[in-house]
Structures are given as structure tokens and as C-alpha cells.
Design a protein around this ligand. Structure first.
Ligand SMILES: *Cc1c(COP(=O)(O)O)cnc(C)c1O
Length: 361
């Protein structure tokens, strides 16, 4: 069976070396030394100043929304994982969907200003599949209307724009370290900001708002454990190798599917990309579904990342985002992982090509 992704597990011996440390200190959670070590190494690897590890990517979003005091309306992308929208709703904000740009799949900055009302307090955009949003244009708009900006960077681990981490843009960026993501801690996530004051505020929010016996602010439980940090410490040294490997897989897919009616995402030349997903766009939803089923018959499980377009969720007031809706109907993410072989890519692309040939579309 081939799934859209495969969680990497390090050699057990490597993981148990970290477990020995945990058994030695008896510290299993509450910002132990492994979390401290992982936070330090992640800051170094990602090239960011302040980074807080939290228990998942959704609580990262919720803490960020709370810290920036988003309320009323928040302009957001319809093309992302559902957590981007539900975290806003959970924090009592009204998501106002702004359509995406068809080449980058990210929020279209030209369409943001039209959506701003006196109730707007912020922008929550996703660097979807790791592709950077138009940071400069979004900043100009945010500054003009005094709005704060959060980037959901759950897909953007390690990505750089003009040699600078994408996580240095906006007021806050959030990450997910879920087992399906490129870098994982089984469950986990992080919050990144350049702003020291915001960082201290969120540090308190992460653990009930108190430092020892000083109760300083409201808070929630966003902590993660030493066991999760241990997994991260085993995975982090391998990330460069993972990205290199996935880059090769990405190339193979493009080679084998060349001259077909499939559209591939455009990877800008000024970014260092992480190849964490391989989305392709079919001419129609019907063909996409036929390919998906044909793959399933052969035990290959591609996923409809991202469908539905989030403005079409049943608990959202109806609104129209034609670009996002169209792409979400025709997109399929093909399997990509550090365990996928050239022969797997051949098998998958052969199945796709047979389906495409079946009818004259
Ligand atoms: C995975 C993901 C999340 C949620 O992260 P969890 O760690 O699963 O809570 C949020 N946003 C996006 C874009 C994601 O892909």
C-alpha cells in the first residue's frame, strides 16, 4: 500500500538513547531539556529569533489569534487545511474568504482590500504547499489598515524566499509537526514571531499564563512532552536529506507525466523549496476522480488536498471564491515520501497515463 505520505520513524536505537535521558532526569514534560534543545536547534535551522514549541499546529493558530486579539472579521484563504478556518471560528472570529491566485494557490493580495470593513482585525493566510504568500503586498495592505497578519506555515518547514526564512514575515507564523508533515514530533507545532513582547505573551499563554506562583495572564495548555521532542531531535538532522530525496521524486513525477494534460505547480526560482507535497491539477474533476479510483484499485492512496474549498464548508455562510473552488475540485496530491521509489513513481504515473488515454478529453 502506498499512502500520500509515510511517517518517517528513526532507528529505534536512536530514539531510545533519548529515552534513557528522560529516565535519568525523570522529567517527562513541562519544558524539559529535550524541548529546550529542540527549540534551540529549530531556531538555528530555520533562522528565526523566537520559536515556541506547542502541542499541535491548531493550538499554535489559536494562541496566535488570541495573542493578536483577532476578533470580528478576519480575512483568510479558502484554500488550506480545515484547521485554518476552524481555529478562527473556535476563537469567535468570522472568517471572510478572499479568493486565491491560481499560480501560487495562496491568497490573492489584489482581492484583499475589497474585503476589508470596519470590523476587520486581521489577515490569516496559508503558505499552502509551502509556496510563499505575497508578503510585501500583504504587508502594505495590513499597514494601511492597521491589521495584524498570521501566516499558517504548516507546510513551509525550511522554506526560504530570497535566502530568508518565510517565517520571518507577518506578525506571527505557525507550524505543524504532525506525523504527516515533512518534519514531525508525532504531534506538535510551533509559533514563530520576530516580536519579543508577543513571544513572551505567547510563552505565558502556552502554559496557563503563570510562571511558578505568579499568575500573570490567561492561558491554555499548549505544552508538548519530552517524548515528542525526542522524536524531533531524531528527525531534524535528516531534513536536508529528506528534501533532497523528495526533490528527486518531484522531478521523476514531472518527467513521467510530461506532455500530459496535467498542470504542475510552478516553483519560483527565488525560493528554497521543501517538496513536501506533490499536487497536480487535472482538466476536470471527473478525470481526477477516475484517476483517484484507479490508483485506489492498485492500493495507491492519493488525497484531495485541499477539498472542499473552505468557503463551501457546511457551517460557513455561503460565499463565492471561484478560483479556489475550481482548483479544489480538480486537484490531487500524489504520494511523496522518503520511502517512495523510482519504481513506485513509474507505477503511479503509468496508472494515471492509462486513465488519461482512456477517453479523448
Ligand atoms: C496540518 C495543518 C494544520 C494543523 O496542524 P495539526 O498539528 O494537525 O493541528 C493547520 N494548517 C495547515 C495548513 C495544515 O496542513
Amino acid at each position: 500500500m502506498i499512502n500520500v505520505t509515510k511517517t518517517f520513524l528513526p532507528p529505534l536505537k536512536e530514539y531510545t538513547e533519548y529515552l534513557k535521558k528522560i529516565w535519568k532526569t525523570g522529567i517527562v514534560t513541562n519544558q524539559g531539556s529535550l524541548i529546550e534543545e529542540l527549540e534551540y536547534k529549530l531556531k538555528e535551522y530555520l533562522g528565526v529569533k523566537n520559536l515556541l514549541i506547542v502541542s499541535n499546529g491548531t493550538i499554535a493558530l489559536q494562541i496566535a489569534i488570541k495573542a493578536l486579539e483577532f476578533k470580528g472579521e478576519v480575512i483568510t484563504t479558502p484554500y488550506s487545511y480545515v484547521a485554518t478556518t476552524t481555529s478562527l471560528l473556535w476563537e469567535n472570529c468570522k472568517p471572510v474568504f478572499c479568493d486565491i491566485e491560481s499560480q501560487t494557490f495562496c491568497i490573492n493580495p489584489e482581492k484583499i482590500e475589497n474585503k476589508i470593513t470596519e470590523k476587520t482585525t486581521g489577515i490569516l493566510a496559508t503558505n499552502v504547499y509551502g509556496f510563499p504568500c505575497e508578503f510585501k503586498k500583504i504587508k502594505l495592505i495590513a499597514d494601511k489598515y492597521k491589521l495584524k497578519v498570521i501566516y499558517d506555515g504548516a507546510h513551509a518547514f525550511g522554506i526560504k524566499l530570497n535566502n530568508k526564512s518565510v517565517f520571518t514575515y507577518g506578525d506571527i507564523s505557525t507550524l505543524s509537526f504532525h506525523a504527516t508533515k515533512l518534519f514531525h514530533t508525532i504531534e506538535g507545532g510551533a509559533i514563530i514571531t520576530n516580536n519579543e513582547i508577543l513571544s513572551e505573551k505567547m510563552y505565558l499563554y502556552r502554559a496557563f499564563g503563570h510562571l511558578d506562583e505568579n499568575y500573570l495572564s490567561i492561558g491554555i495548555n499548549g505544552r508538548t512532552s519530552e517524548f515528542n521532542a525526542a522524536m524531533g531531535l531524531c528527525i531534524l538532522p535528516r531534513i536536508t536529506e529528506f528534501i533532497e530525496y523528495r526533490k528527486k521524486i518531484n522531478k521523476l513525477y514531472r518527467k513521467y507525466l510530461k506532455n500530459s494534460s496535467i498542470v504542475f505547480p510552478y516553483i519560483p526560482r527565488n525560493i528554497f523549496y521543501n517538496y513536501s507535497y506533490f499536487p497536480i491539477i487535472f482538466p476536470t474533476e471527473k478525470i481526477m476522480m477516475e484517476v483517484k479510483r484507479a490508483l485506489e484499485m492498485n492500493n495507491v492512496f492519493a488525497r484531495r488536498y485541499f477539498y472542499p474549498s473552505l468557503n463551501r464548508l457546511p457551517y460557513i455562510d455561503a460565499c463565492h471564491c471561484p478560483v479556489s473552488e475550481e482548483i479544489s475540485e480538480k486537484v490531487l496530491c500524489l504520494p511523496i515520501s522518503q520511502e517512495l521509489k523510482d519504481t513506485d513513481v513509474r507505477k503511479i504515473t503509468d496508472i494515471i497515463k492509462i486513465q488519461l488515454k482512456k477517453k479523448k478529453y
